[in-house]
Design a protein around this ligand. Structure first.
Ligand code: SF4
Length: 508
């Protein structure tokens, strides 16, 4: 890898003094550490001094924990590039060549407890509780003042109450500050604040379990279960499908017009995302969400009504038409979802009134208001229906989703124990997980090729790179140096170029 090109900076290169640790050595240490479940900089420092493998890898260098920690902190944006660069090598070796990918999100615990995550409701509850406590404390003090005044017990009790009141007032101030912060967050469109890691959010994990952390949306390809791309978010999966699909297309090196299949669970079933995928040549196989307003009698659910595209009407199970006035209405499904447009389709009250299924279909409430059946059609309904149809026809393919994407999550979270992050902030967490996902792909490549074969292929790829560079330098020298430089100078210039370039290349 050309580490300079990726963005790794060598510290103190221009200053006098001791030479800086080369980025290649520190990157090697991190990859070695994360592959062997050693993440903390202090533990990596110890490994560099006591572990023979790490000592060999670093050629005897012994960076201190601060240097190791700073390297990770200062290059958070580069680790994702390392992940992408390794994927380029894998693609060159034919491992990232399939046309089926699976996307899923997994929750990562942040360096922020649930206690230090607040919503407006939680702040209000705390304030109410503290208010009640202060009132009862003041009452107790009043009663105490009315009683005997000179006894020792009375004196002790009043000191205790004063201390309690002081503590309660401090807590009240804390929640007032949080209330102010919450107001600012609201203006920025946020519904919660976290005090230890400001970017962390409470995200639903399973059923009623909530975790304060991040959501890693990862895509893996089906043939070799290698990770193609990832994104760390502090929101749920709802609007992550298209971005993941487009990045996966790029990682697989698909040309314009080539189609890929993307599998995902129902958390990703969003009309606008399905549309974006279709526009980018991505066939989605997303488990359909249970839509609301399901009827007790399934025969009259919305999906039993057939849409006639030509006439722009719905046909009900009794063969009657539901038409619209052609207007689009804006709809907002709560704070967490983006607004979208819908059309309303209604049947004639006179026809429904005479229908034997009017109570099961139109419903009593509608009939009482002299209305027939009413159906809403979103602007993305066409894409939602196409997706449902594809999933129905390709159940076998959809079943592969879990095998493809849950496998990496199992290895990374359960086997390696990386279900939490050591860093704070969205950008830094993305950097740390760049190392973890690179390690995962490296481990997969070792499993597929074996160690010796992988080293052989890496050397071959590096040799090809060097050969290309040599040719480039030669061409550069021929074209630009020409007759301006004497042959000797020309030779020296080419030599220095080579030395600088090759020094920046590291084999991991
Ligand atoms: S109630 Fe109206 S819309 Fe429903 S099945 Fe009967 S005629 Fe069709």
């Amino acid at each position: 890898m050309d580490l300079n090109k990726l963005g790794f900076k060598e510290k103190g290169k221009k200053n006098n003094g001791r030479p800086a640790y080369p980025p290649s050595a520190l990157l090697k240490l991190y990859i070695y550490g994360y592959l062997n479940r050693v993440r903390s900089s202090r533990r990596l420092e110890r490994e560099a001094c006591t572990n023979v493998e790490a000592m060999w890898l670093l050629r005897g260098l012994r960076p201190c924990y601060k240097t190791i920690a700073d390297f990770r902190k200062e290059h958070v944006d580069v680790f994702k590039k390392v992940f992408n660069e390794f994927n380029l090598f894998l693609r060159g070796e034919g491992l990232l060549s399939g046309d089926t990918v699976a996307t899923d999100g997994t929750k990562i615990r942040a360096q922020n407890s649930k206690k230090n995550n607040y919503t407006e409701k939680k702040i209000k509850q705390h304030q109410d509780y503290i208010g009640k406590q202060i009132n009862s404390c003041l009452k107790e003090m009043e009663e105490l003042d009315k009683g005997e005044s000179n006894s020792e017990i009375h004196h002790e009790q009043s000191i205790e109450l004063a201390a309690k009141l002081d503590q309660l007032c401090k807590r009240k101030e804390k929640y007032e500050e949080l209330e102010e912060k919450m107001k600012v967050a609201h203006e920025q469109g946020q519904t919660q604040i976290s005090t230890s890691d400001p970017d962390a959010r409470a995200l639903p994990k399973k059923m009623n379990i909530v975790e304060v952390g991040y959501n890693a949306v990862v895509t893996a390809e089906a043939d070799n279960k290698l990770l193609t791309n990832y994104e760390i978010r502090n929101t749920h999966d709802t609007y992550a499908l298209s971005e993941a699909g487009i990045a996966a297309r790029e990682a697989l090196g698909k040309k314009e017009g080539e189609e890929i299949k993307q599998l995902a669970d129902k958390g990703f079933d969003t009309g606008s995302e399905l549309k974006k995928c279709a526009e980018n040549n991505i066939s989605t196989y997303v488990s359909p969400k249970k839509r609301v307003h399901a009827k007790k009698d399934k025969r009259f659910n919305k999906d039993q009504f057939v849409y006639d595209k030509k006439k722009d009407v719905y046909i009900c199970p009794e063969g009657e038409e539901l038409s619209s006035n052609g207007k689009w209405y804006h709809k907002n499904n709560g704070k967490l979802r983006q607004a979208y447009k819908v059309k309303h389709y209604k049947s004639s009250y006179a026809i429904c009134k005479a229908c034997p299924h009017r109570m099961e279909c139109a419903g009593k409430a509608n009939l009482d208001r002299s209305k027939g059946r009413y159906i809403e059609r979103s602007e993305y309904q066409e894409y939602v229906d196409d997706n449902i149809e594809r999933v129905k026809l390709n159940k076998e393919l959809y079943r592969k989703r879990q095998q493809i994407i849950e496998h990496p999550f199992g290895t990374i979270k359960r086997q390696w124990g990386y279900d939490y992050t050591l860093l704070k902030g969205l950008e830094k967490v993305e950097g740390e997980f760049g190392i973890i996902f690179t390690c995962y792909n490296l481990r997969r490549a070792i499993t597929i090729f074996g160690v010796q074969e992988l080293i052989k292929r890496l050397r071959k790829s590096l040799f090809l790179k060097k050969w290309k560079i040599k040719r480039k330098i030669k061409r550069f020298a021929d074209v630009f140096c020409g007759e301006l430089i004497t042959p000797r100078l020309k030779y020296l210039k080419i030599k220095s170029h080579r030395i600088n370039y090759f020094n920046s290349i590291a084999i991991i």
